[in-house]
Unconditional design. Structure first.
Length: 451
């Protein structure tokens, strides 16, 4: 693109800004175009810094129910010391003289936002080229995923906004939807937990516990149970590699002792081989995708979800094991652990909402439970960031009484404590742990699973 073309685009963009702002400066009680402009223009859309200052003054006045004419805006800018930065009274008068009609203000505001999007697109492409030049050959996929996420955010921002409108406009359609039974989009495989929690698109579920409580066994069990229904499932295993995950799933589904599989041929019996042979075909056909990369960011997860949606037409259930090991897309070396986890938590929630996926993220608890007499975990024990509690639609805390008292009467039991449930009640679901098979099971269902 030539410099002349860029100058031409900038001139048209600035002209649109002056026309939209001028209409706001010429607003009358009969027709106030400020709301129309505010509906289209976002923060940072103004190309001219002076226009951003004028628009900020207009917004402040309008927000307090005051006029937005030239005298009022001039006084507001003078009070903030910005009047001379916009060209003084003469500069404001010139903008007002370029005003479009009130009915056209929304159109010119759309142009302002559109040209801003063009500039952001151009900047994103430049950053993409720079990223390609500096990319580590061993992490090209992460570089591409980050650039893809940036472009997708521009696409999402440019789509029609259906998040704003009158409450009653969609009420009849919503009432009609209540007459239809909506099945859950995913299942956990635990009967009582599925009855308590209906997993629906856009949810982020946090599963947290101290080490050795069975988080990974729970996560892999949920993933295989959901995939067994034919629903697409995605697992990001940041802590365990391909061999260990495969061993755990084979052990859980075929009921072969985990240490037999781990040690290989020396310990595998003929019965073990027979069980593995019976279950392998069904496991091979599961619609379950695995990502064993130790470097996972929200952008990488978004890329994987998009791939699965293109292939299956459905958003998957996503399991992340575990959240505190993830990276942010910025990868800022100066970012504190608190800031990193806070950003990841927020991005995962946005990702679930944007794609319609259900995200189950595992997380570590601090040592709080071990300092209590009953050893019960609490939501306040979540490590690194309070945003985890805020962003999650539900929080499940895992607790094993026999971990702390091996001879207790509840040996072999694990509590799934639903400590937060935004869309329903909280409760505790008790399941059986069979860690020699690397799995958790319903208390009344410990027989061989049917695939």
């Amino acid at each position: 693109m030539t410099t002349q073309t860029l100058d031409s685009e900038q001139a048209v963009s600035v002209d649109a800004e002056r026309r939209a702002l001028g209409a706001c400066l010429m607003a009358t009680p009969a027709y106030d175009p400020v709301a129309d402009v505010a509906l289209a223009v976002c923060e940072g859309d103004w190309y001219e810094p002076a226009h951003q200052l004028v628009w900020s003054a207009v917004q402040r006045l309008h927000g307090h129910g005051r006029p937005t004419g030239v005298p009022a805006v001039e006084a507001e800018l003078r009070s903030t010391g910005n009047l001379e930065r916009v060209g003084g009274p003469a500069g404001l008068s010139q903008i007002a003289s370029d005003a479009c009609s009130p009915a056209e203000a929304g159109h010119y505001a759309d142009l302002v936002h559109g040209y801003a999007q063009v500039r952001r697109y151009q900047e994103a492409l430049v950053r993409g080229v720079q990223g390609a030049r500096l990319a580590d050959p061993l992490s090209v996929q992460e570089t591409i995923a980050t650039h893809q996420a940036e472009l997708e955010s521009l696409v999402a921002d440019n789509q029609d906004d259906d998040t704003f409108g009158r409450f009653g406009d969609h009420l009849d359609a919503h009432l009609d939807s209540l007459a239809v039974s909506v099945p859950p989009s995913a299942v956990t495989g635990f009967t009582d937990l599925d009855s308590l929690m209906k997993l629906m698109p856009g949810q982020m579920i946090l599963v947290a516990a101290r080490p050795a409580m069975g988080k990974s066994a729970f996560a892999l069990g949920v993933a295989t149970a959901n995939a067994s229904t034919g629903a697409p499932t995605l697992v990001h295993s940041l802590e365990m590699g391909r061999a260990e995950v495969s061993n755990r799933i084979l052990s859980a589904r075929a009921r072969v002792a985990f240490h037999h599989i781990r040690d290989g041929a020396d310990n595998l019996t003929q019965d073990d081989w027979d069980r593995l042979d019976r279950h392998t075909p069904a496991l091979r056909d599961l619609p379950m995708w695995m990502d064993y990369s130790a470097r996972v960011s929200p952008a990488r997860i978004r890329s994987r979800i998009k791939t699965i949606i293109r292939e299956t037409g459905r958003a998957p259930l996503v399991v992340v094991d575990y959240l505190q090991l993830m990276q942010t897309d910025q990868r800022n070396p100066r970012q504190s652990t608190y800031e990193r986890v806070t950003e990841i938590s927020r991005e995962l929630k946005i990702l679930a909402s944007d794609t319609g996926a259900i995200i189950i993220a595992l997380a570590q608890l601090n040592r709080g439970p071990e300092q209590r007499q009953d050893k019960q975990p609490l939501v306040s024990d979540l490590r690194d960031s309070g945003a985890l509690e805020q962003d999650a639609d539900a929080i499940i805390l895992l607790h094993r009484p026999d971990y702390y008292e091996p001879e207790c009467e509840r040996a072999g039991e694990t509590d799934l404590i639903v400590a937060k449930h935004r869309n329903g009640p909280t409760a505790t679901v008790t399941v059986a742990h069979q860690f020699h098979y690397s799995r958790l099971r319903d208390m009344s269902r410990t027989e061989e699973p049917a695939l």
